[in-house]
Every structure is written in C-alpha cells, then in structure tokens.
Design a binder for this molecule. Structure first.
Ligand code: PXG
Length: 452
C-alpha cells in the first residue's frame, strides 16, 4: 500500500467514499478522523491522539485491539486454503469446528449454525428460514414477523424491515410486507408510575395484544435484542423476557434473540438470553463472534427448527459465497479460544462488571444525568434538562452530540444516540481504565453542562 499523508487521505475520502449512516456533505466539510492503530482499549488517530475506546469500535472489539494471534491464524489459513465454499457438499475444517464450538457455547438446544458475513445478513437468513419453516409444515400463512419500534436488526432490506427505525423505513420503501412492530420496553420514557417490574409485564403483553390482533395463525416469529443497543441501551426489566417467552410458547410463535451486540459476554453472561432468563429458538450472532477483527455473522437455531428443515425442508434456496468462509471461521475460533482460555467473560462477571457498574452509577449524580443504567458491560447515561423529571430535551440529540464531541476532545470515545451516552467498552478493560473512563465522562458532562 502506498503511504499517503492524512490530508490527502481525507480529500480522497471526501471525493470517493460514501460513509454509512452519515450526512456525507457535512462530513466532507468537517474532514474524517483517520484511525491508525489500536491496542487493548485504546486507539490512536493520525494526529497522534490516544483515545480510550469506551464503545469497542461499534460494540464489537470484545477482546480489545491488537491481538497478534488473530492475524497469525488468518495468515496461516490464507496460506493453507484461503477460500472454499460450503456449497456442493463441500466444507472446510474451520467452518465445521466453529459450528461445533458455537453449538457448545450457546445455551439450550441451539445446536445448529448457518453462516453469513454480518448481523444484517444473518437476520435476512432468519426471515427466509422461518417463513420456510412454517411453509413446509403447510402453514404458509404463518409468515408475519413482529419486531419492535426503534429496534435495530441491521441495514439490509429484511434487517431494516425487522428493525423499527422510522428514518430507515423512510428510505427504500420499508418495511417489506408482513412485518409488524410493537412498542419497546423503555421504562424511563414509558413506564409512568408503574414500578419497573410491573411495567416489564405490561410492555411484554403488547406482544400478546399484537398476536391476537393479527391472529396467532398468521404470526411466525418475534424478534428482539435482549438489550436494545443502537437506540440507546434500553435495558428491560427482568420481568420482560420471561413473559415474552410465555407468550411465544402459548401462541406457537418462534422466539428470535438478536444477540449481535449482547452475545459473547457483553451483558455479563455469554449471551443476553442467559442474563435475562429466556430460551430463544433462534439466535443472531455477529460482532463479538470475531471481536470485529474480520466480518462474520451466524444464525444459531434449535433442534426443533433443524428437524423440520432436515426432514421436510428440502433444499434451502439460500446462501452466500462467503457462508462459512474458512479465514473468518478460523479467526472466530481463535477469538473464542482467547475469550474462554483467558477467562475474559468470567473476569467481567466476577470483577470488572461490578466495578464498572459501581463507578458508572456514580455518574448518575451529575446534574445533567437523568438516569444511569448498566447491565454487565453495556450501559447508558440519559442526559436531561431537569433531573427531577423523566423527560427528554425538547430538541433531542443536540446535547448528546456535544457531550460526545467534548469527550472525544478529552481522549474518550463514547457514542451518543439522541441524548443517551452509550457505553460498551472492550471486555478486557481494567479497573484503572474504568477510573479513567469515568473521570473523562464526568469532565465531558461538566463541560457540556457549562455550555448550556
Ligand atoms: N442486530 C443488532 C442488534 C445490531 O446491533 C445488527 C443486527 C446488524 O449487524 P451488521 O453486522 O450487519 O452491522 C446490529 C448492528 C449503532 C450501530 O449506531 C449499531 C449497529 C450497526 C451500526 C451502527 O449503534 N449494530
């Protein structure tokens, strides 16, 4: 690769590269930040700034940056067999080993894997797989998916349709037919006078109402993130998911847990469904499966679904060139080895998550913070105009973006969704780094408040 200076790269970026989820005209004027290196919980930009990444890239760098083992495994696999497909009765060793490893790591009888390149694609797979599952059992009319308003399930046509982001639906004529949404569980804005656990049941029963409205014979599946990430880390009350599961069982609706963010240790257990005590039929995986070192997604499905596909399904007319790519699977296996052997998830559960929780909740005392919430290694601060009320700013998002920018100036990467400051650090964060994170967040909050 030719070495180009930062200014040249920024100019070429503005001229030739359309960035995802960005107002590109505004971005070109501002100039993009060029990241050059990462190690542990830190990344460095081309200006030499060292940044503590409290967001793990994009919710994904669970083992932290700069682990040479992953590169070594990728290089070895590329040299040995860079590619072969999983079509035409073929497979490769890393593909098979990863499927088996995931069957072992995921709970219950989620024993079967289908591979994609991303979380979005995995959800596209699920939409087609589930509709096929019901169709081959002579129930083609049982094809409706229910998701949640403001849920995020990716950016492909099915992913964005299953998600409930209005701004995404507005572009491209989404959602596609036979996808419905219910309101999400967000006690802070929606809980009124109910205590959170009571509210969790009320929020879950919206699913029952929707199923009855549509007719149980029409509803194929419910899909949800155990904790809703992108919209602002909505942590549901503990009563929510068991009630969702009860409803799904009662009406024979498949339960899909989108664990793209929650999977691989983020919520304190290996998977979000374990933290919240429910049993999905199908699970979406991506991000932490490779800690973001290489693209990979997967669908895990249970014995019931597998049996129907195997005995009645015939040929599944679906697959990607890179389904089960040997290099991606080898990297995933190495990532999972590190997570397990270095007891990274266990250490979070036994130590770091507790410390992070204690320190993060301290931020709740700041005058700008209406709520500090956290489960495991994922949390948020809700910035509000008046601490005594559970109400948003009238113009939503301005204060959050300002706080994010001020944090960045102080060497801390936080994400803002509207006025929620989101936390999702690499799982390898140390206690000292937690202290640095909390100090820098407090300073950013102070500076933001000072400008209001
Ligand atoms: N499901 C969930 C729950 C996600 O969070 C996807 C599916 C899609 O995965 P891919 O690999 O196709 O991106 C995601 C992705 C944000 C943000 O702004 C979040 C995601 C992606 C991009 C931005 O928080 N999550």
């Amino acid at each position: 690769m030719t070495h180009l200076d930062t200014r040249t790269l920024q100019q070429l970026d503005a001229a030739h590269h359309l960035h995802p989820f960005n107002d590109n005209a505004a971005l070109a004027k501002r100039g993009t930040r060029l990241l050059t290196r990462g190690e542990g919980c830190y990344v460095w930009d081309a200006e030499g700034n060292q940044l503590l990444d409290a967001f793990a890239g994009l919710w994904c760098v669970n083992i932290g940056y700069g682990r040479p083992e992953l590169g070594a495994v990728a290089a070895k696999q590329m040299t040995e067999l860079a590619y072969y497909n999983s079509f035409f009765q073929c497979t490769t060793a890393p593909t098979v080993q990863l499927a088996a490893k995931l069957a072992e790591l995921t709970p219950y009888d989620l024993n079967h894997a289908f591979f994609s390149n991303s979380g979005s694609e995995a959800n596209d797979t699920i939409l087609r797989m589930v509709r096929h599952f019901w169709a081959v059992q002579d129930r083609p009319q049982k094809n409706i998916f229910i998701g949640r308003h403001n849920g995020y399930h990716g950016s492909t046509v099915a992913g964005a349709s299953l998600g409930g982001m209005k701004g995404m639906h507005a572009q491209g004529g989404l959602p596609i037919p036979d996808i419905h949404h219910i309101d999400p569980p967000f006690w802070f804005a929606d809980g009124g006078d109910l205590d959170p656990e009571e509210y969790g049941l009320v929020a879950a029963r919206r699913l029952e109402q929707k199923i009855l409205e549509l007719g149980p014979e029409r509803v194929a599946a419910f899909i949800g993130e155990p904790i809703m990430g992108a919209i602002g880390v909505y942590i549901p009350p503990m009563s929510y998911w068991p009630e969702i599961e009860r409803i799904c069982r009662q009406y024979d609706v498949l339960l899909v847990a989108d664990e793209v963010i929650c999977g691989f240790g983020r919520t304190g257990e290996w998977f979000g469904c374990q933290t919240f005590g429910f049993r999905p039929d199908i699970m979406t995986l991506a991000k932490g499966i490779t800690s973001g070192y290489i693209p990979l997604g997967a669908v895990m499905f249970n014995d019931r679904v597998a049996k129907v596909l195997a005995t009645q399904g015939g040929e599944l007319a679906h697959g990607y060139t890179y389904s089960g790519h040997p290099v991606c699977c080898a990297v995933a296996l190495e990532n999972l080895r590190i997570l397990q052997e270095e007891k990274i998830v266990d250490t979070c559960k036994a130590d770091t998550a507790g410390y992070l929780r204690q320190r993060w909740l301290e931020l709740g005392a700041h005058p700008l913070v209406g709520e500090a919430r956290i489960t495991g290694m994922v949390g948020a601060l809700e910035l509000v105009p008046d601490k005594s009320e559970r109400k948003f700013f009238t113009e939503r998002g301005k204060v959050g973006v300002r706080c994010r920018d001020l944090a960045l100036k102080n060497g801390l990467i936080l994400r803002a969704t509207y006025d929620s400051m989101l936390l999702s650090p690499p799982l390898v964060i140390s206690r000292a780094q937690v202290d640095e994170l909390v100090e820098k967040t407090w300073r950013a909050l102070d500076e933001t408040a000072g400008e209001l």
